[in-house]
Structures are given as structure tokens and as C-alpha cells.
Ligand binder design. Structure first.
Ligand SMILES: C[S@@+](CC[C@H](N)C(=O)[O-])C[C@H]1O[C@@H](n2cnc3c(N)ncnc32)[C@H](O)[C@@H]1O
Length: 282
């Protein structure tokens, strides 16, 4: 059988262990992943067959949040933990509402950054789009570098996005402080869009599969940590929550562009294990 050659890995890519950015890309049908990520993904599907649907539900929420913000006048976005570009990237969704929207992408994983660079070289505009490799756990450094791109105006509201990423910060990391620091840097009228995996209120009949997935991710370079609804809500302290507040992702502002995945989970949103919210800085 002819083997399809693996793509060259950008410098700094750890191919010894599977990685969340590349596994998520595989779940979503992308090709920025390697055998080690795909093997991991296949096992995850065996353990929890709906995992690809859940990934898509997470991605859909990002699109809905950005569309909501663009329609409500937000013109610039800072997307932290932006991932490998795939269906519905922030700059594309925002541009579908406002062709002048701006976006800075940030991801820690070189593959995600390299693919974003390629996409932006093809369809981006340097004055309105940029990508940085960086660790969101360093807010002042990330904010300074984001401003250095010249893409963002610090005096105008920013849509700060941390979708599907805060659960990579462990229980011993100052996740609340990190979010608060970003928010303190942003002008009034800015928004915070985020989602998180939770164990609160999820179905109990597949608890064992959910636990096995969590154990499996410990083998990757990116284990994840569940937060309760109360812990997740704390990220929005001091912000005005947009209706319906903190909600299961399949329940949050379903709109005309919904994918089959979100529609499929809409009748039983707890199954996704994903909650999210959008808050406005007064
Ligand atoms: C599950 S993907 C989510 C991608 C995208 N936000 C979405 O919702 O479709 C999580 C991404 O966060 C990135 N990530 C994890 N920890 C990070 C950190 N400390 N700083 C920046 N990016 C991080 C991973 O590399 C990965 O690309």
C-alpha cells in the first residue's frame, strides 16, 4: 500500500506526543496533523464516539460569538488559542459581517501558527490581520506584541476570545488572574467570549467514557482540566453577561448558520459537556 507522506513539521513541533491543536484539527477534518495525533484521535473516538461532534459544537460557538459581536459593532478581535485554521476562522466570520474587521491570532503550537500564517498570506491584509506564536499565560507580553502588529487600536473595543482553551490551564495555574489581566488592559465596551469543558450537569450514563478521555489526554502534551459552572462564571465577574448568560454551547444563540453537529446536540445540550458565555466590559 502506498503511504501518503507526512507533511513537513514546522520548527519546534513536538512529534513525540499528540497535541491538542493537531488532534482538534483531525476531529474537524483538517490535515494539519501527524500519525501520532490521528492514532490518538482514533482511540478517543473509540472511547467517546461523539467526540468529533462535540469538537464541531465548540467550533460553531466560536463562529456564533464572533458573528454576534461583529453585528453589534465590534470591529477588532484578539483570538487566544486560535488553533489550526479550519472552517469558520474568526477573521472570515467577522469579515462576512464587516469587511473591515481586524484580527490578531495567537497560539502556542507552531503548527497552528504556521497554518494561520499561510492562510493570512493568501487571503489576509497585513494592516488588518496578524498571527503570533505565544503563550496566553503571559498577558502583558501578548498584549504588547499584539499591539506591535499595528492591527489593533487599544482605544477601541476589542472582542477578546478564549474559546476552547482555558481548560488547558491546570488547577494550579492562575487562570482567573490571567483573564482579569487581559480584561484590565482592554477599553470599556470590550467583550470576552469563552467556553469551557465542565463535569457539572453532564449525563451520568457515560461518566466512565468521559473520565477515560480525560485520562487519555494526560498522555498528550496538552492535558485538560474541567471547571465547574461556578468556576467558569467567575471568569466573567465584573462583566455584563449577554443573554442567556452562561449556557450549554448548543443552547447559546443558535443562528441561521448552524451546523448539523449543533442541531444534533441541541435537544440534549448537556451531552456536549461544554459551557460558554459572552460578557461586556462596562
Ligand atoms: C481545542 S483548540 C481551540 C481552537 C479554537 N479556539 C476553537 O475554538 O476552534 C485549543 C487551542 O489552544 C491552544 N493553546 C493551548 N494552550 C495555550 C496557551 N497556553 N497559549 C496559547 N494557546 C494555547 C492549542 O495549541 C490549540 O490550538
Amino acid at each position: 500500500m502506498t503511504q501518503v507522506p507526512e507533511p513537513d513539521a514546522p520548527e519546534g513541533v513536538d512529534l513525540e506526543r499528540p497535541n491538542a491543536a493537531r488532534i482538534y484539527d483531525w476531529f474537524l477534518g483538517g490535515d494539519a496533523n501527524w500519525a501520532i495525533d490521528r492514532e490518538f484521535g482514533e482511540r478517543a473516538v473509540q472511547t467517546f464516539p461523539m467526540i468529533k461532534t462535540v469538537a464541531r459544537v465548540g467550533r460553531d460557538f466560536l463562529g456564533r460569538g464572533v458573528r454576534y459581536l461583529a453585528r453589534n459593532g465590534v470591529e477588532q478581535f484578539l483570538d487566544l488559542g486560535s488553533g489550526v485554521p479550519t472552517v469558520g476562522n474568526v477573521h472570515q466570520v467577522a469579515a462576512s459581517v464587516n469587511p473591515n474587521a481586524r484580527c490578531v491570532y495567537v497560539d502556542i503550537e507552531p503548527v497552528a501558527v504556521a497554518h494561520s500564517q499561510i492562510l493570512l498570506e493568501r487571503e489576509g491584509v497585513a494592516s488588518r490581520h496578524a498571527v503570533l506564536q505565544g503563550d496566553l499565560r503571559n498577558p502583558s507580553d501578548i498584549w504588547r506584541r499584539a499591539l506591535d502588529t499595528g492591527v489593533l487600536d487599544p482605544n477601541r473595543p476589542v472582542g477578546l476570545i478564549m474559546v476552547g482553551v482555558l481548560y488547558f490551564l491546570g488547577p494550579d495555574e492562575p487562570a482567573q488572574q490571567i483573564v482579569r489581566q487581559y480584561l484590565s488592559l482592554l477599553p470599556s465596551g470590550s467583550y470576552f467570549l469563552s467556553s469551557h469543558l465542565t463535569g457539572d450537569g453532564v449525563p451520568t450514563n457515560d461518566a466512565e467514557s468521559r473520565e477515560r478521555i480525560r485520562e487519555q489526554y494526560k498522555e498528550s502534551s496538552t492535558p485538560f482540566h474541567l471547571r465547574s459552572r461556578a468556576e467558569f462564571s467567575e471568569f466573567f465577574e465584573g462583566l455584563d453577561l449577554v443573554e442567556p448568560g452562561i449556557a450549554w454551547l448548543p443552547e447559546w444563540h443558535l443562528d441561521e448558520a448552524e451546523s448539523k453537529a449543533s442541531k444534533r446536540l441541541a435537544p440534549d445540550p448537556t451531552f456536549s459537556g461544554l459551557i460558554g458565555g459572552l460578557g461586556r466590559k462596562p
